[in-house]
Design a protein around this ligand. Structure first.
Ligand SMILES: Nc1ncnc2c1ncn2[C@@H]1O[C@H](COP(=O)(O)OP(=O)(O)OP(=O)(O)O)[C@@H](O)[C@H]1O
Length: 617
């Protein structure tokens, strides 16, 4: 892959450029409380400059990811210390808007092509103010730079690991972020793809951005691509400075890297304690990151004369030139707005979701055929019984069974798909593509056609086969209740999928619905429910759905039913309603009950998702 830095620079011109250096002082991070408290980072300091590619290196469990999450602003609780941007206190919301975080796993929408993903990202990240031609040329530049032009029409699910990684980076480059954080960008890549990836990051850094990447066991060739090295061991900084100065710094502590040995491997062995208890000396030698070690002729002299070896000291309070990111008195606080207006966010997300659903034909087909199959099965089972008083209780059972089919068929697809999609949401939302509200509304709207179509097909089949009254009003009323139930079911799926992992959500979806089913008025008559539990029936959307279904079929002065036997006890439809304690019930109230449940479950789902994104991602 040929990296074209001029392309990156051209692309950068579409937006205002901003060089952001950042420094951090005495950063500590503790998890847990009381006896369970665990100190992960110990008063670390450091400085990362724009135009430089910085590597955070260290053994597994040293605290690299924790440090980067804190610097990127993704972790805030349990954190002490200061982070400065261009010398002034970081204002977190504003900072998040100017930085992107690229996680180790590439959570991408696998059913889109590279082109489609880029275009939707450009609409979301660049907004309406950038003309479409500029967006397209920006995409062109980024694709060319990343070597993705050849794969532009390939679906993301078919890309190689290296291409996925480059795409993840490319998507975030579209709005020209000032700071890029990458968690192990080379993990899962072979050595050549790793070199390409890090080479690309260096070029991105050269175009004026601050690029920080955690890295695991880099080869010496890979290490050479980095400008600045920050080494973490046991939650402290043991080295900060250029690559070339690492070996001389270690020599100061009598740690001599053997010739032809990869310095990265050597320092990892040191950090793991294989050379004795040298870490405290290394930490204090670099003042836990307050200093940047710079080996040159002066320092060599300094070493000989036992003078301090550290050449440059970070200064995070002088030369304050840019106030964009700061929270200090002179700095301008920005509103955490998104580039695209709300309606554009919803429109782009809707279009993208529908495209994905269209491509994911398997799930759509399975949903379609399941509804048709169950419709035919139930229709055959209750064949032509709708107007026969001899099987009137069977018909009521069928109406109840229909509700169970619709409930589970609408809940489960969301329960199983949403936890996977949530990872993409986390990445895109945290990188400021769109608001959670826009996503949630788009997600709700996108599934509505399917929640109308599939239950509609099922109900039509069953209605005709079981010979329910040939009345458009009754059919429409039953259909209305069924669709409302499907929307409630989807809301429950979204709520569970938003908050829980897939295993828990899949368990909770059916078991969580049982109380609602129990208090629906079919298994136990509503008047027989113990008085101390009767209030629960008002919270059961299944009660409203069952009442609504029964009233649609048997209320509104339905005439006497036919009787295929000598004697039928329940030929009067209102008698059946009395038997189910529904004689006084109102169809209108059933609809209101369902709509209320629908709204409540959606609102709770939104807050659950928002809570999850904030505190539990
Ligand atoms: N929320 C947490 N609760 C308890 N311990 C935590 C938490 N987050 C991190 N740790 C611990 O902090 C230490 C550092 O974790 P971190 O993920 O930052 O390490 P790392 O250097 O990135 O490791 P790796 O290279 O293996 O990903 C680990 O021992 C980890 O178990």
């Amino acid at each position: 892959m040929q990296v074209a830095s001029s392309d990156l620079k051209t692309a950068a011109k579409i937006h205002d450029d901003e060089s952001l250096d950042f420094t951090f002082r005495d950063l500590s991070f503790t998890t847990g409380k009381g006896k369970n408290a665990k100190r992960i980072l110990n008063q670390m300091s450091g400085a990362f400059k724009s135009g430089q590619l910085t590597a955070i290196l260290g053994p597994s469990g040293a605290g690299k990811s924790s440090l980067m999450n804190i610097l990127a602003g993704l972790k805030t609780s349990g954190v002490e210390g200061q982070v400065y941007v261009n010398g002034v206190d970081r204002e977190l919301k504003s900072f998040r808007k100017h930085s992107v975080y690229i996680s180790q796993q590439d959570h991408l929408l696998t059913n889109l092509t590279v082109d489609e993903y880029m275009i939707s990202a450009a609409h979301l990240k660049l907004g309406n103010r950038v003309p479409i031609n500029d967006k397209l040329s920006m995409i062109e530049h980024v694709m060319k730079t990343l070597g993705l032009t050849e794969s532009r029409r390939t679906q993301i699910g078919c890309l190689s690991g290296g291409e996925c990684k480059r795409l993840s980076i490319g998507l975030e480059l579209l709005d020209n972020p000032d700071i890029l954080f990458l968690d192990e960008p080379t993990s899962g890549l072979d050595s050549s793809a790793s070199l390409q990836c890090v080479g690309l990051l260096r070029e991105i850094a050269r175009s004026g951005r601050t690029v920080v990447a955690t890295i695991h066991q880099p080869s010496s060739r890979l290490l050479d691509y980095f400008d600045h090295l920050y080494i973490v061991a046991c939650g402290s900084c043991i080295y900060q400075g250029p690559i070339g100065s690492l070996v001389p710094y270690l020599q100061r502590a009598n740690l001599n890297c053997p010739s032809y040995h990869n310095p990265a491997d050597f320092v990892m062995d040191v950090a793991c304690g294989e050379y004795g208890d040298v870490l405290p000396g290394l930490v204090s030698g670099i003042e836990n990151g307050r200093l940047i070690y710079q080996e040159n002729s002066a320092s060599a002299m300094a070493m000989q004369s036992s003078a301090p070896v550290v050449e440059s000291q970070m200064d995070d309070t002088k030369d304050v030139t840019v106030t964009l990111m700061g929270g200090g008195g002179s700095s301008k606080k920005e509103k955490p707005t998104y580039s695209a207006p709300f309606h554009t966010q919803v429109a782009v997300l809707l279009e993208r979701t529908w495209r994905i659903i269209w491509r994911d034909k398997m799930l759509t087909k399975v949903r379609f055929f399941t509804h048709v199959f169950l419709g035919l099965l139930v229709g055959t089972m209750y064949w032509l019984g709708g107007n026969d008083a001899a099987v009137i209780l069977n018909n009521a059972s069928m109406l109840f069974f229909n509700l169970l089919v619709i409930l589970f068929a609408s809940t489960m697809p969301t329960v199983v798909t949403f936890p996977l999609e949530r990872k993409v949401l986390v990445r895109e939302h945290l990188n400021h593509w769109y608001s959670l509200k826009a996503y949630y509304i788009a997600k709700t709207i996108a599934d509505i056609p399917f929640q109308v179509l599939f239950p509609g097909i099922y109900v039509s089949i069953v209605y005709l086969m079981s010979s329910q009254p040939m009345s458009a009003d009754r059919f429409a009323m039953l259909m209305g209740i069924t669709i409302s139930l499907a929307l409630c079911g989807q809301g429950i799926g979204l709520l569970l999928g938003a908050f829980f992992d897939i295993q828990v959500a899949v368990f909770l979806a059916p078991t969580g619905c049982i109380p609602f089913v129990l208090f629906a008025g079919f298994l136990v008559n509503l008047n027989s429910v113990p008085y101390y539990m009767s209030w629960m029936t008002y919270f059961s959307f299944m009660r409203y759905a069952f009442e609504g279904s029964m009233l649609s079929i048997y209320s509104f002065d339905r005439p006497l039913l036919t009787c295929s036997k000598m004697y039928c006890h329940l030929r009067y439809p209102h008698k059946l309603l009395e038997q189910f304690d529904m004689a006084e019930s109102s169809y209108f109230l059933s609809v209101v009950g369902m709509l209320t449940f629908f709204l409540v479950v959606r609102v709770i789902g939104y807050f659950a998702l928002s809570f999850k994104l904030k505190y539990m991602r």
